[in-house]
Design a protein around this ligand. Structure first.
Ligand code: NAP
Length: 321
């Protein structure tokens, strides 16, 4: 247990959290970033960019940059200015009185592990799953949410990607570097992905699109051996002989920790006002955890900067030593 009261605790280490760390560190607030712990889902340190491939639209990188490399640079920059980063997972927060309490490890522990005048929430969002039994059972054994992490294992194979947004099309395109064939399974007859991504996929001879289909079952006992897919227009069920399934159907904000304490929308996204303020004074939120509209690395970083400035101004206005 730490009894020292910190100025700023940042929960989450994607572009939003690490930008907030760079700014609050440069303002001499000695922020503590609780970055999360490695996990098989997308809520690992560094956020979703750790699971992405080439980022082509982050300004300042005209040649593009790999997501993990970009996050490593964010992290180095925060460390350079004196941010402290711990690889721990927050298990409980108490935002009912100040200084706020933050627990890692046993959430039942009487005393919080850390106390802080300000908390910046940048816990991001994670991948949605289809909810199929085989999908859960074979996660890491042919089922994946991360083409960058797992694409290499599917060299020369026929694999499937489910979804019709930018994530799905981006993953399908990336996976053609390894796979012999990629079937993109989409439940409608039109992709949601941006035009440029669509055109790239349509032009790729290794990508085949299975329109108006959903996945009903992931087949296989120890690894993926195929998929049972259904045509939603005709009801016809067929088998697709693939050895891998990449699920890319969207995201859910990581806000369970804050239920009952911070105002959120029905979908779980935190509600912010007047910049990055939440309903609790001294608690700010930035990045995908409060943004279901833009959800870009650059907008997350921008809102992380806003949260840092909001926090700094709020702290300055407080009567504390
Ligand atoms: P998204 O835009 O919400 O797309 C989710 C896709 O999955 C949709 O096509 C949706 O179908 C489909 N889907 C949802 N639930 C499904 C289910 N249960 N079964 C089958 N299909 C299902 O999510 P995203 O692609 O992850 O993108 C999220 C945001 O990040 C977007 O704003 C996107 O532009 C951005 N992004 C940008 C880049 C980039 O610029 N490099 C890369 C990745 C993501 P419907 O279309 O029928 O709803």
């Amino acid at each position: 247990m730490t009894t020292d009261v910190r100025n700023v605790i940042i929960i989450g280490s994607g572009p939003a959290g690490l930008t907030a760390a760079i700014y609050t560190a440069r303002a001499n607030l000695h922020p503590l970033v609780i970055e999360g712990e490695p996990s098989s889902t997308s809520d690992q340190p560094g956020g979703q960019l750790m699971l992405t491939t080439e980022v082509e639209n982050f300004p300042g990188f005209p040649e593009g940059i790999m997501g993990p490399e970009l996050m490593s640079r964010f992290r180095d920059q925060a460390l350079r200015f004196g941010a402290e980063i711990v690889t721990e997972r927050v298990t409980r927060v108490d935002l009912s009185s100040r200084p706020f309490g933050v627990w890692v490890g046993d959430p039942q522990a009487e005393q919080p592990t850390y106390r802080s005048r300000v908390v910046i929430v940048s816990t991001g969002a994670r991948s949605l799953m289809l909810g199929l039994e085989g999908e859960r059972r074979l996660l890491g054994h042919g089922v994946s949410t991360c083409a960058t992490c797992d694409g290499f294992f599917f060299r020369g194979q026929h694999i499937a990607v489910v979804g019709g947004g930018d994530s799905a099309v981006e993953e399908a395109t990336f996976l053609t570097k390894f796979a012999e064939k990629v079937t993109l399974i989409h439940r409608r007859d039109e992709l949601r992905a941006s035009k440029i991504m669509q055109e790239r996929a349509f032009a790729n001879p290794k990508i085949e699109i299975l329109w108006n289909h959903v996945v009903d079952e992931v087949l296989g006992t120890t690894t993926v051996e195929g998929l049972k897919v259904r045509n939603v227009l005709t009801g016809e069920v067929s088998e697709l002989a693939v050895t891998g399934l990449f699920v890319a159907i969207g995201h859910q904000p990581n806000t369970d920790l804050f239920k009952g304490q911070l105002e959120m929308e029905d979908t779980g996204y935190l509600i912010t006002r007047e910049g990055t303020r939440t309903n609790v004074e001294g608690v700010f939120a930035c990045g995908d955890v409060q943004d279901h509209v833009y959800r870009q690395a650059i907008t997350a970083a921008g809102s992380g900067c806003m949260a840092a400035i909001d926090a700094e101004r709020w702290l300055e206005a407080q009567p504390h030593p």
